[in-house]
Ligand binder design. Structure first.
Ligand SMILES: Nc1nc2c(ncn2[C@@H]2O[C@H](COP(=O)(O)OP(=O)(O)OP(=O)(O)O)[C@@H](O)[C@H]2O)c(=O)[nH]1
Ligand SMILES: [Mg+2]
Length: 664
């Protein structure tokens, strides 16, 4: 990865194929929305010769963002697979959306991949290392997934690769900032009148060669006199970092004795670096300018493809997923062997207007071929705590296999262990389902997905849409495990639970555009189960003062049913929002969580099923009072007011109207 090995390999339009797991690299690109993942995939595809021209996200012309919704929104909303060939390997690039609402797609990408490329933008330093990206980094660290960082937007003004590298080392390096070090440094051209020096190439720290793009072609040059000295500090640090991770302990002695590793040959260092990256103990930082104009567009892509093919692990090195029998008995871990029994998982489901339902499948063991009969086992998502889904198990025949490339599907004749493939019309297969050898059913433990918290009540727009609505919703939910469908028997509403507003908009848009269902969203209602029959007093006390001071407080409340509660049998979401205060930790500690889908007797409806919304996010306010302490409203704790003054909450509390008096 330190030296130039290819000028422009690959053949545009060809379908890369892998005959053995060692020929496959599965890489997911993750990072903040707008960090440049889709643009980078496009530039990598161009460098690998998979496309003749790199499309732009702004023009809706990229391979990854091929969906109509993605083109309109100019951002990824689905996980896309773009396979390219490099150095005799098949590189499966998985472009995951960075927007938080589509985290379900990101999780599927992490499941399908064996390594992650964190794309950070030098133009959005703060966003690029935001909490969400750090959380994904930690998630990868937990399973020991190898990672590398690529800094983009280096062609834009006022960006600094060195500064971004420092931020990444501090954010991702944890206790060992020397585990996150650059392999290349940018070379800048002469400053223009506005003070911006354009990126013209890279310097390989190990090889000490300049990869120059200023002539329009990638040329490898020796450093000019005087250029070596500024590189020395970064180079020494990198060599120390590699040696510290090396399994060969004699290297450190040679480094210390030999005056800075001058007697250690580059090939040894590169081999050690590749091993440390594959083990997930060293995280190289690379530089790229995928959206730069003209010949400079490819800056950093050759180096990135070399890192992926030579430094990232093969599927043979991946920890296999946990497998059980359909009844939950433990099974032996699968081995990534093309000759072994079939074990595969549906990581994504989509609908194609011509091919129908298309399942993206990751094969963990065995080889999948067209016309094979396989066992489909599909109740994994129940175990993940998702909404109950119908269990389904069936022996089905695989029809056609294809390799996706944007909108196109190229037929393939097999898919070996470690590779990814699309299967059309795979029975009732849903995202998360397991495919195993016929007659030997097993189930792969599902990956976890977050709970959808934003409810959207939907209604068919017209009579003609009523029949299509249930079909369309069922397909949506089968495709996306982060959506949940609820048929509320009390309010008679069909409620689609989503992760956020963007997720909700995309789901409704897809219902309209893909399944031809015109739907109207209506306010989400929460059933009112029980309310107070009449007036009642309550009293209680607290003592949270320092011991010995004798200070305590007591409260007396009178509770009455408010007129609005009497008049209405259900609450709309807007009224329920006011109950947010009841989600306080103290309240939950006192009353415990609400059992899913149930509103236990003795509770007021808005306390057990009231979502509260802030800034587009909705959260459950789930307390189920076991017994209401006297003087406490489930909607909001009474505020302390001066002795003998009273405070009526009837204007704020939609249901109870307590008048509370605090006294010391
Ligand atoms: N100047 C410059 N612009 C870039 C670069 N990389 C991406 N962009 C632009 O940044 C914008 C966002 O790029 P995308 O590739 O869509 O970013 P993304 O990470 O895929 O975003 P999501 O799909 O929302 O996760 C687009 O307008 C790109 O043209 C870069 O290296 N330099
Ligand atoms: Mg994208």
């Amino acid at each position: 990865m330190g030296e130039k090995t290819h000028a422009h390999p690959g053949a545009a339009g060809g379908v890369p194929a892998a005959g053995h797991p060692s020929d496959v690299r599965n890489v997911v690109l993750v990072g903040h929305s707008g960090s440049g993942k889709t643009t980078l995939v496009e530039a990598l595809a161009l460098t690998a010769g998979a496309v003749n021209r790199a499309g732009r996200v702004e023009d809706g012309a990229t391979v990854s963002d091929h969906d109509e919704i993605e083109r309109r929104r100019r951002r990824s909303v689905h996980l896309s697979l773009v396979p390219v060939a490099w150095d005799g390997r098949k590189v499966n690039l998985l472009d995951a959306p960075g927007y938080a609402d589509f985290v379900g797609e990101l999780r599927a990408g992490l499941r399908a991949a064996d390594a992650a490329l964190f794309v950070v933008s030098a133009a959005q330093a703060a966003e690029s290392v935001a909490a969400t990206t750090r959380a994904v980094w930690e998630e990868c660290a937990l399973v020991g997934m190898p990672r590398a960082i690529v800094v983009t937007h280096l062609d834009t003004a006022r960006t600094s690769f060195e500064e971004m590298t420092r931020i990444c080392a501090a954010t991702f390096g944890g206790d060992d900032p020397d585990a996150v070090l650059p392999l290349y440094l940018p070379v800048l051209g002469p400053e223009s009148a506005d003070g911006h020096a354009p990126l013209t190439g890279l310097t390989g720290l190990l090889t000490q060669r300049i990869l120059d793009y200023s002539s329009g072609e990638r040329a490898e040059l020796p450093p000019a006199p005087g250029q070596e000295a500024p590189l020395k500090e970064a180079r020494d640090r990198l060599i120390e970092g590699i040696i510290a991770e090396s399994e060969d302990e004699s290297l450190m002695d040679r480094y210390l004795d030999g005056g800075g590793g001058s007697d250690i040959d580059i090939a040894t260092l590169i081999a050690d670096l590749e091993r440390a990256v594959a083990r997930g103990t060293f995280f190289p930082v690379l530089a790229a300018a995928p959206a730069a104009e003209g010949a400079r567009q490819g800056i950093g892509t050759v180096e990135l493809l070399e890192l992926i093919t030579r430094g990232f692990p093969t599927p043979l090195e991946r920890t296999p997923p946990v497998v059980t029998t359909p009844s939950g008995e433990p099974e032996a871990a699968p081995v990534c062997d093309p000759e072994g029994p079939l074990l595969a998982e549906v990581v994504k489901t989509s609908s194609d207007p011509y091919a129908g339902r298309v399942s993206l499948v990751r094969v963990f063991s065995g080889t999948l071929r067209p016309d094979d009969t396989v066992h489909l086992c599909g109740h994994g998502l129940d175990a993940a705590g998702q909404a109950p889904r119908p269990c389904h198990e069936a022996e089905i025949r695989v029809t056609a296999l294809s390799s996706p490339f944007g909108r196109q599907q190229h037929p393939v004749d097999r898919c070996v262990a470690g590779d990814l493939v699309c299967v059309a019309r795979l029975g009732e297969a849903e995202t998360g389902d397991t495919l195993s050898a016929s007659g030997a059913p097993v189930l792969i433990e599902p990956w976890s997905t977050p709970d959808p918290l934003l409810p959207t009540a939907v209604r068919a727009h017209g009579k003609a849409d009523e029949d299509k609505l249930s079909h369309g919703l069922a397909r949506l939910v089968a495709e996306d495990p982060t959506l949940r469908l609820e048929q509320n028997p009390d309010t008679h509403q069909v409620v689609l639970w989503c992760l956020g507003e963007a997720h909700q908009e995309v789901a409704l848009e897809r219902l309209r555009s893909r399944y031809g269902v015109q739907v109207d969203a209506e306010p989400h209602r929460v059933a009112l189960r029980e309310t107070f029959g009449g007036r009642g007093p309550g009293a209680g006390g607290t003592s949270n003062s320092p011991a010995g001071t004798g200070s305590s407080r007591s409260a007396r409340s009178r509770w009455s049913r408010c007129p609005r509660a009497a008049a209405s049998s259900s609450w709309t979401r807007s009224s329920a929002v006011r109950c947010r205060a009841s989600s306080s930790r103290r309240w939950r500690r006192a009353y415990g969580p609400r059992p899913p889908g149930a509103c236990p007797p003795g509770t007021r409806s808005s306390t057990c099923a009231s979502p509260s919304s802030t800034a587009g996010r909705t959260r459950w306010t789930p307390p189920t009072p076991r017994s209401r302490p006297p003087g406490r409203s489930p909607c909001a704790r009474p505020r302390r007011t001066p002795v003998s003054s009273s405070w009526s909450r009837s204007a704020r509390s939609p249901c109870w109207s307590p008048t509370t008096m605090w006294a010391r």
